[in-house]
Ligand binder design. Structure first.
Ligand code: AHR
Length: 321
């Protein structure tokens, strides 16, 4: 049948109207994304949650958000609930690296694609997830190490370091330790004299630093904290012990959140290595591509810098988190 211009235009208008109407076969179904977040342990995590929520809204994706309160069992429960609800895509930031194979196999059996954001899993079977997007934590550790080696190059004698590790068994705690050690081991003067977890929180960072100070006192030359929140907690402990943070003890941390910039501007933190939490837009793009059957890169690495205290005041106004 031949259509004249007017009939064709009317037909096209009717089709696009139908596509907008709920209940019609042509109505666009909203993509449903189930996201299991680690918790709300740090300023970084709060910014990451905000980025994911606002990007989902902007992308028109329905987000089912679940907070695991830093417990793996809660994340496993949330993932199982997403499978039962038949969401289109599951994304999560795994609190620890191991122990995911069973639940990921359940998602695979249900044909629900999985995206890892921020933290990796150590599963051998990489077909259990479509992509892993986030920082290179080992490189962040190396950056911290390189900065320290350079800073101490003209000093004499041992450099005694205390380390505040992130959550035990988490990818950032494992990799940031590894990257840092890889660099400092080249010079035997650098010694990690104490290393303990502060679980990525301010309260624990303070508590563990108090214990380090009690045990080692003025022997401590450097604090390496796996995130800014623990460093900020530790700064309080250092001040309460009558010492000057960033002067008596050199302090290096990771994330580069606004709180760290404030501490640097106040002269209390020497340097922060950047780890961007703004993964929301990237995640929504990947979710849409997966649903459209487009190829998605297996590993998407975030690009990041390093900010010493000397540039903090200039950089601060540009910071988004
Ligand atoms: O996985 C990223 C880490 O988790 C951030 O460095 C830390 O602040 C957060 O809690």
């Amino acid at each position: 049948m031949k259509m004249n211009r007017r009939t064709l235009a009317a037909t096209l208008a009717a089709v696009s109207m139908a596509a907008m109407l709920p209940g019609t076969a042509l109505a666009q179904k909203k993509i449903v994304l189930g996201f299991s977040q680690v918790g709300a342990e740090s300023e970084w995590r709060t910014a990451n949650t905000e980025s994911i929520k606002s990007a989902a809204k902007d992308a028109g994706i329905e987000l089912k958000f679940s907070d695991a309160q830093q417990k793996q069992e809660n994340q496993i429960k949330a993932i199982r609930a997403f499978i039962a609800q038949k969401v289109d895509v599951i994304a999560f930031s795994p609190v620890v690296a191991s122990g995911w194979d069973t639940v990921l196999k359940e998602a695979k059996a249900a044909k629900i694609p999985v995206v890892l954001t921020d933290r990796a899993v150590d599963s051998k079977d990489t077909s259990l997830y479509v992509t892993f997007m986030g920082s290179d934590f080992t490189e962040e550790g190396r950056k911290a190490g390189r900065w320290l080696v350079e800073k101490m190059k003209d000093t004499k004698g041992d450099v005694n370091i205390v380390e505040l590790q992130g959550t035990v068994g988490s990818a950032p705690a494992i990799d940031r330790k590894k990257g840092f050690e890889e660099v400092i081991k080249a010079d035997p003067r650098f010694k990690i004299i104490r290393s303990q977890t502060g679980d990525f929180t301010r309260a624990k960072g303070k508590e563990v630093m108090e214990a380090f100070l009690k045990a080692e006192g003025k022997k401590i030359n450097v604090l390496y904290a796996h995130n800014d929140d623990m460093a900020i907690g530790a700064i309080q402990a250092i001040e309460e012990a009558g010492l000057k943070p960033a002067k008596d003890i050199t302090i290096i941390s990771i994330d580069a959140v606004k709180g760290a910039f404030e501490a640097m501007i106040a002269g209390k933190l020497n340097v922060s290595v950047e780890c961007s939490p703004l993964l929301g837009p990237q995640l929504m793009t990947a979710v849409k591509d997966i649903m459209a059957g487009k190829p998605v890169q297996k590993r998407i690495v975030t690009e990041e810098g390093i900010f010493p205290m000397e540039v903090a005041a200039k950089e601060f106004p540009k910071r988004k988190y």
